[in-house]
Design a binder for this molecule. Structure first.
Ligand SMILES: [Zn+2]
Length: 272
């Protein structure tokens, strides 16, 4: 039922992007892409088919896209926007196929990425009953501290996705402060490194407020990724960076269309 509805929505979006995509197309645009789990699964918004995923990564490599981590973007901002053909891949939620499937494929094509982890979902941190965990991953294994250190050793970046993966805009100031601070502290203490990148759980325009942004900045993060879908531009707020979502329903064709901005003209569908 969910899959059928998602397919219908995807077909409508594809039709709109094909018709109006020329209006927003910009093949030199710099873009952050969001993926979640790469595995065969029933929820196409959470799971990306591994074969399709590899096709997309191969396309980036064959077309000589540079890949940057979020911290690379921040350290070179805004001059990085003058560089040619680059993309930043991000993987949210910390499912363990990041280590079994995603990293080997990225390594095959020399692509670097950023993994945003909700710390309560890390294997050793899990204290909630299964039903209260991210529902789409209830039957998946979540990532472990050892997996995360292997990801770091492979040259990728780890960022925070909050501690408990809740919509921060709906929580009290106190809760948000504790959640984002605890997540940072756990990642830094266990991985022995500074964690400066954050991705808002859910990430659409209703997932954060001016106050959320301020608290996250005060906690010591220097960038935050949203799920507002468009390319990066001069003048962007580094604490409200746009990202374009790639789902399990994307083919190589729609992946390229999203990369080139054809879907930006219908971003009002995504951003709310
Ligand atoms: Zn998430």
């Amino acid at each position: 039922m969910v899959a059928a509805k998602s397919h219908r929505k995807q077909i409508i979006q594809y039709g709109l992007a094909r018709t109006f995509g020329w209006a927003s197309r910009n093949i030199t645009a710099k873009r952050i892409l969001t993926f979640h789990s790469v595995a065969v699964g029933t929820d196409p918004f959470a799971h990306q088919n591994p074969e399709l995923f590899e096709q997309q990564i191969r396309y980036l490599a064959e077309n000589r896209y540079m890949s940057y981590r979020i911290s690379d973007i921040i350290s070179r901002w805004p001059y990085i926007l003058d560089e040619e053909r680059w993309v930043a891949l991000t993987f949210d939620d910390g499912v363990d196929n990041a280590i079994t499937t995603v990293c080997p494929i990225l390594q095959r094509y020399g692509i670097k990425a950023t993994f945003f982890i909700p710390t309560l979902c890390i294997k050793e941190q899990r204290t909630l009953p299964e039903r209260e965990m991210l529902s789409c991953y209830q039957n998946n294994h979540m990532i472990s501290w050892h997996d995360l250190s292997v990801i770091v050793d492979s040259g990728h970046e780890i960022g925070s996705h909050g501690h408990s993966h809740v919509k921060l805009s709906r929580q009290s100031e106190e809760f948000v402060r504790e959640d984002v601070t605890l997540s940072k502290k756990l990642l830094e203490n266990n991985l022995m490194m500074s964690i400066k990148s954050f991705a808002y759980p859910f990430g659409r325009t209703d997932a954060f407020t001016h106050n959320t942004r301020k608290i996250i900045s005060e906690a010591g993060y220097d960038s935050c990724c949203t799920m507002m879908s468009r390319s990066l531009a001069r003048g962007d707020d580094l604490l409200l960076l746009p990202r374009t979502g790639i789902t399990g329903l994307d083919t190589l064709k729609t992946f390229i269309m999203k990369l080139n901005g054809d879907y930006d003209c219908i971003r009002w569908i995504y951003d709310r």
